[in-house]
Ligand binder design. Structure first.
Ligand code: FAD
Length: 191
């Protein structure tokens, strides 16, 4: 499998869902093989529990985590699609990362400190926002997300962030602008 899409939005008719469909169409048109993990539809349990921690510590990975890790293992390119919520990601995706990007799978401690274990993977992040681009620059939100999401999660695990694309202010821009955003997806390099 060349691409894994990890999608986190609860609504079927959301703009994020339209982004998901546009990404799938783009990959199909390029004959890329992909899998989609729709976290809400899967009812993915996002709570890293005391039991999970104990099992991971013993190297006995819970089945639902193991399944997702296998998807990650097989992918060369991972595309995350989600809205910015409270200047982070929806909690179901944060919980997916808490549980799936576990110690021993996504990172480990080596002689020289922490080392990322997912070095063969590229990441593409497609975000929608409520706020306009101007605010993301003026108040440093884009830089903050670069630090927390790109460096703090993806690069920490050894992955290369090949693209972090924002579709700004989608609830308030006009229909034509939203249509253009969806068309732009065909032009993105998604690996
Ligand atoms: P939707 O609400 O589903 O759709 C937006 C518009 O697009 C609607 O008018 C819809 O009709 C239209 N649309 C849907 N499908 C299509 C299509 N195929 N073609 C054209 N138009 C279409 N924003 C921030 O910037 N920072 C934050 O910290 C932040 N925190 C939030 C926290 C919460 C809990 C929530 C609920 C929202 C927050 N927001 C924040 C706003 C959020 O990022 C945006 O509402 C979201 O990104 C919009 O994406 P959506 O898929 O939910 O859009």
């Amino acid at each position: 499998m060349s691409h894994l899409i990890v999608y986190a939005h609860p609504k079927d008719k959301s703009f994020n869902h339209a982004v998901l469909e546009a990404v799938k169409e783009t990959l199909k048109s390029q004959n890329k093989k992909f899998e989609v993990r729709e976290l809400y539809n899967l009812k993915f349990n996002p709570v890293l529990s005391v039991n999970d921690l104990a099992q991971i510590h013993e190297g006995k990975i819970p089945e639902d985590i193991k399944r997702e890790q296998e998807y990650i293992r097989q992918a060369e390119n991972i595309i995350f699609i989600y809205p910015v919520w409270w200047f982070g990601m929806p909690s179901i995706l944060k919980g997916y990362i808490d549980r799936v990007f576990a110690y021993g799978f996504a990172y480990a401690v080596g002689d020289k400190g922490i080392k990322g274990l997912l070095k063969d993977k590229k990441v593409y992040i497609l975000n929608t926002t409520g706020g306009p681009e101007e605010n993301y620059q003026k108040f440093g939100f884009a830089n903050a997300l670069k630090t927390t999401t790109e460096a703090g999660i993806m690069e920490f695990c050894g992955m290369k962030v090949a693209l972090h694309k924002y579709f700004y202010a989608v609830p308030t821009v006009d229909q034509q602008t939203r249509s253009n955003m969806l068309k732009e997806i065909q032009t993105l390099n998604l690996g």
